[in-house]
Design a protein around this ligand. Sequence first.
Ligand SMILES: Nc1nc2c(c(=O)[nH]1)N[C@@H](CN(C=O)c1ccc(C(=O)N[C@@H](CCC(=O)O)C(=O)O)cc1)CN2
Ligand SMILES: [Mg+2]
Length: 288
Amino acid sequence: MKLLDGKAVASALDESMGKRVASLKEQNITPGLAVILVGNNGASSVYVRNKKRRAEKLGFNFQLIHYEETVTETEILNKIDELNHDDNIDGFIVQLPLPDQIDEEKVIQAIDPKKDVDGFSPINVGNLWIGDSTIKPATADGIIKMLDYYNVRLKGKNAVVIGRSNIVGKPVAALLLERNATVTIAHIFTKDLPSIASRADVLVVAIGDPKFIDSKYIKEGAVVVDVGMNHDENGKLCGDVDFEDVKDKVSMISPVPGGVGPMTITSLMDMTIVLAEERAKRINGSKG
Ligand SMILES: Nc1nc2c(c(=O)[nH]1)N[C@@H](CN(C=O)c1ccc(C(=O)N[C@@H](CCC(=O)O)C(=O)O)cc1)CN2
Ligand SMILES: [Mg+2]
């Protein structure tokens, strides 16, 4: 079994991203990324802290806008409007989940699709599914980058995605399809999940249930990507896959932590640089 070591891939990709940032800075452009964080959800705070650390290490202009749990939807929408018009910010995200008084859909739709670096707005989702996207949702893109790094071929393979969220399941299915895999999306109402999952050459699991997937869901030699972020009975971080139970059956598997998580952040950084590069082109174009 080989480990899909997202942490190692992330550091390997940092080097070329660093070079792109340096080249932008020579043109007087600093990639600008803002994150809106609401409340004090422990997990969200950790992810945002990781984003800030990686952005600053790459030399971005990083802005954290942190609101109390009780913030109103209007305040968030006003901030989004401000960021939509802030020339120093290439892209921004609203860290999810949001508290109940805030309508997630409405918030996402208020983000200018050109600055929607998460790729969650309807226009970017549409572009993703027609195979013509600049911005791809970070977790999905990070998974593909990691599979590419380990030379996992997708063309003609059976790929099964368990989970159909807008953040992970749907976008990763779109990207696997774009790579010519035969894609099945399974979810909570899927009948006989073990028989469907065990047909997968590539199995992506994003259900949010600690160690749910054991060896009966796995085809011998499968490549398994674990997107879960859970805590086990001892409070230790773990994925949706029972690593110990499947490790002798798979050919490759991503660990939790140190698999998909670091790749999510890498892709968010990459997408921000892409948006900054587009700004550079616009500015240089208008000088011409
Ligand atoms: N606006 C968004 N909200 C959320 C997204 C998103 O892409 N955009 N995805 C997830 C959370 N997520 C990114 O925000 C994310 C999850 C996990 C990690 C990560 O680095 N995990 C580490 C472990 C961290 C820990 O110690 O707890 C790992 O796997 O090694 C980064 C980003 C939901 N919300
Ligand atoms: Mg809500």
